[in-house]
Design a protein around this ligand. Sequence first.
Ligand code: UGA
Ligand code: MN
Length: 246
Amino acid sequence: PTIYFITPTYKRPEQIPDLTRLSQTLMHVPSIMWLVIEDAEALSPQVSAILRRSGVRFIHMIAPMPKDQQKKKVKARGVSNRNKGLEWIRENYVDTRGVVYFADDDNTYDLRLFDEIRSVKRIGMWPVGLITNYGVSSPVVKDGKVVGFYDGWVANRKFPVDMAGFAVSVQLILENSKGKMPFTPGYEEDRFLQNLGINLSQIEPKANNCTQIYVWHTQTKKNKPPVKVNETLFGDSNIMTLYQQI
Ligand code: UGA
Ligand code: MN
């Protein structure tokens, strides 16, 4: 089965290094379709170059955050991007045995995760490391069945899970034309899974009954954008070209 790996991304100083790391992880993964969707008004040539160099099968699209979201203090980040990816899956002739995974551009993905994703029949879940002060977010498994969740921020959610902690079948996406991600900061995962009509009993526990961490919610330290472009200081290098990479 093909893995449809949906990655939202946006311009910031860490974007190119984060995508370099992610692309070089995906270079080791067979049968993957990488849907890279930029929260931007136009495709970035720097992002494009990373995708082409990787040799990974990809689709590169844009889906800017709606204006009303941009104005909000707490924004629903990556949502228009992920919905664009879902739309692409619905509108194209995809591998109907495939699996869809939402993969933020800054997380760390163990190569063992990909076999787990690929084995999902309808909805699979697994632990995510380095998240909230609990350190991990995970389904609670008893006798091979998911009976609840361990998460640092339950907040009345039916499915208190992180974006990186689940994958769904392409079939499930195709069956639910209304299965979109809402612009509800903090509740995107929960509402998306509820929109798909998921029940607790259907969840397939992965990563050896949720005893292994194969994905980490790493966050790259924020860097200030460079402030001064001094075109005279560089010898053989072109400072403007370097500057455009960050
Ligand atoms: C947490 C969750 O782990 C994310 O899955 C969730 O989308 C996010 O919160 C949220 O809802 O705000 P966090 O590390 O705080 O993750 O968020 P980011 O990694 O900064 O953003 C999530 C994704 O959206 C990234 O792939 C990022 O590149 C993208 N993004 C972020 C945009 O496309 N536009 C933005 O303005 C910000
Ligand atoms: Mn992140």
